[in-house]
Every structure is written in structure tokens, then in C-alpha cells.
Design a protein around this ligand. Sequence first.
Ligand code: C2O
Length: 547
Amino acid sequence: GLTRHYKLNIKMQNVTRLCHTKSMVTVNDQFPGPRIVAREGERLLIKVVNHIQNNISIHWHGIRQLRSGWADGPAYITQCPIQTGKSYVYNYTIVGQRGTLFWHAHISWLRATVYGPLIILPKHDVPYPFSKPYKEVPIVLGEWFNADPEAVIKQALQTGGGPNVSDAYTINGLPGPLHNCSAKDTYKLNVKPGKTYLLRLINAALNDELFFSIANHTLTVVEADAVYVKPFDTETILIAPGQTTNVLLKTKPQFPHATFFMTARPYVTGLGTFDNSTVAGILEYVAPKSIDSIKDLKLYKPTLPALNDTGFATNFTSKLRSLASAQFPANVPQKIDSRFFFTVGLGTNPCPENQTCQGPNGSMFAASVNNVSFAMPSIALLQAHYTGQSNGVYAPDFPISPLIPFNYTSNPPNNTMVSNGTKLVVLPYNSSVELIMQDTSILGAESHPLHLHGFNFFVVGQGFGNFDPIKDPAKFNLVDPVERNTVGVPVGGWVAIRFLADNPGVWFMHCHLEVHTSWGLKMAWIVLDGSLPNQKLLPPPADLPKC
Ligand code: C2O
């Protein structure tokens, strides 16, 4: 197959939004960063050059990295970060995947400004399962901080409290006209009447699930996380950080004497402060030549669901179903080798001595999986695993024994303390896994978009309250569940996923709300090599960064 070459220069650059200029981390002098395009089956060689003072690493979110875990990107998980003045060539082949994904920095909070679309086209002569769109348009949702995001998270971790929230959401880097001093920074999509556009929506925001809608237009959802779904129409989509959604937009058959807002704002169920602002962009029809002056076009604004509309969220996610046709079969594992039950949620750590902390009862905020708050190692887990030198780096003793579901009551328990450690689960090659993730509701119920590296998984069930190990599995959808890489563990509820551990390596799993990741809502899996030569992790590249 073909090889495509890209170069990403990570550099400081002055950027102005909301009348506020700051020096921030950019890629190839752009914000958001450049679009990377390849075809299924092709190889990508992407050279990342670090010209900034911080360490950096880049993750190709949703790319499976079959046997090429060295190119996955999360700092201290699959690689040591790229140091100042150094470079690293990410080298991987796209196997069995096509659709909309994205790339982003995977160290601290640098992904706030370091991200861009990653578009995998189908193989030549392989059509979409819908008629060919007139145009394809990436729409990347993000978050703008007037402050330096690195300073925001540093301060939060030092004080043990919640971080300051962002100042605006953005569409392709632009906050739009509903913010002061921002009308000139508005994303505008010019369209022709009577055409079909494929919008490739990406939620690259740090901390918020978002509703997105275009006034007076219906969106047809056709793909989620780079996997086709059965098409369905909706006025609004819900998209969590780490998720991507392709929609078809049919423009009106005639030139309308109006322009239309597209807007996004958060879906939030937790307590605490959050950025509740709205970003707007404009959908503008190109006027036909016969109309020479258009004045006083009407402006239509969409109505979005209420900020806490869990009913909409549940209804929307339940409509996502894989195609499950002969051409696109859903390979849901039917026989399960390993079953796991993980609790996910917030908790606390004791406040260090001689410090005052802003968390609940003077503690520090923390977050955990099965009550373990993940401690970042100082050398990369994949290197430690590959060289067999795990001592002092990680332990394969992630607590998995009791399959006794957490008792969700929506009342916080007396003890909210978590334990801390770098604990992993080891999976044999090709084992089929079922994982139930239960939101604990400790310190406020909240939806957690859990992202798994290295795999797509099938979402076979979800519900509210306590997962029932007898009744709930009987209702699992093993026929056409949606296949994706990031799923919301619903507020005060649970989600069940299945995947086949056919990709040897070390694979991160974490909440894609960056503040929860920083607090420790993350863990990692080791998938062992299989016995055949083509079932083994490839050796590390020569230029793999050192810690
Ligand atoms: Cu998009 Cu580990 O992240």
C-alpha cells in the first residue's frame, strides 16, 4: 500500500480570541492543527518535532494500532514523551478502519490547543453505504481558555480543587458571535441549495459533552467513532469528548432568504462550576446569480435541549446501532472469556500536610476505577512490559476479583477516600472481554465518557441504578450494538461493553473529561502476545523517545 508523510511542528505562537492574545502551543502555525487524511490500508509516517519548552506526545485517537502500540502516543503509557528539540516519527498502518477520527496531544492538558481532524477515507472503489455527498466538511468542537491550560490544571492539582473552566467553546477554533468581541471569529459554512453535505463532527473539548444543532435543518446520523451506524434523523446530536459523529446535512431545495446558526453547548449533570456558554457558527446559502442584493436576511437560531437533559441523552444514544448487514457484520463476541466489573467515579485523597485543599471536607479531589486512582509511572509502561522490567514501574494486580456490583444509592458514603497505584489487568491474546462500568455517584452523579485505546468495542447494554448481574445481561443487544471507542457511562448508571483482545501491547483506558483523567480516572490493560509470529507486538522503532 501507499505511504503518506506528514510533519507536525509543535511551536509557540500568538493567537487571539475573545480580544485576548496569548502565546500558546500550535501545530504548523495553525489552530486547530492541520487535517491528516489517509485511506484505509495505507501507512502513515508522521514526524512530530517539538519546538516548545514542554514535553509532548501525540495520540491518533481511535486508530487501532494493530501490533504498532509504539505509535499510539499516550505519554508514559506507550512511549516516553518527545523532549524539547527532539522529534519522533509515528509509523502505523490503517487496518480495517475508515471514518472520522482525530489526533491530539496526550500529555497533561496540552490537547486543549493541540488537535486536528484525522480522516480515513474508504479504499478506492469502496462506496459509502449512503449516496456520495456533494462535499465533506470537518467540524471540530473545542474549548478556549483565556488562561494557559497548563497553568489551570497545575493550579487545580496543587489546591486539590476543581480547575477554572474555559471561557468559550469553539467551532473549528472560533468562539463565534454570541461572545463579546468575537463576531469576526465566527466559523461560516457556505452551502448551495439542494445538496447533501457530510459533516464530520469531532468533540475535541477538554471537559464537556456537547449538544450540537443547526437551525431549521435535520441531521442524519450515519457514523459514530469511525464506524457506520443505521441512519437516523435528529434535530440535535450529543457528542462527548473523544467521540466523533458523521451526519448528512441536506440543504433546502431553494435559496432561503435566511441564514442559520449552528450552535453547541454542554450537557452537564454534575454539580460544580462549568462553562455553560454557547458557541455559534453560521450556515450560509450562496445566493444565486439572479439575486443581486440580499439584505436583511432572517437569522434562525436552533433550540438545544436543556443543559441537564438526560432524557434526550439516553434516547439519542439508544438510537445508535451498527449496520450489522452482510457487508458490515457486527462481530460481537458471543462467548466471553473474561468478565469484569469496574466502578468509575470521583472520590478524594487526603490533603498533603502543611497544605490547604479545596476539595470536599478539606480533602483533594481524586477519581478512580475500582477505587484505584491511577498513578502515572515515570517510564513508559509499554517499554517496561516489552523489556520485562516492570519492577517498580507497574504491578499487574488491578483489583478485579469481586463481581459484586457497587451499591448505587446516590448518597455519598462516609468514606470517599481512594487508593493510589499503577495497577494493570493482564489479558491473554485473543480473549473475549465483557466489561461493565458502573458510575458510583460518589460526590455527584456524572456521565463519564470512557475511552479505550487500541480497540473498538461493542456497547451491548446500558441502564440506570445498580447493574443487575442476573436480569440485565438477558437484555443485552448482541445483534446490532454500536461499535465505538468512547462511550458515556451514564449518570448514576452503567454501561456494558464487549471487545476481543486481539491487539498485543499496553492499552490505556480513561475518562475523556480531562479533569477526571488528571484526578486518576484511568487504568491500563496489557494484552499478551499470541503464539504465532503475526500475533506479536512489533519491536520498538529506533527513534522511540527516552525518558
Ligand atoms: Cu483521545 Cu487517551 O485519548
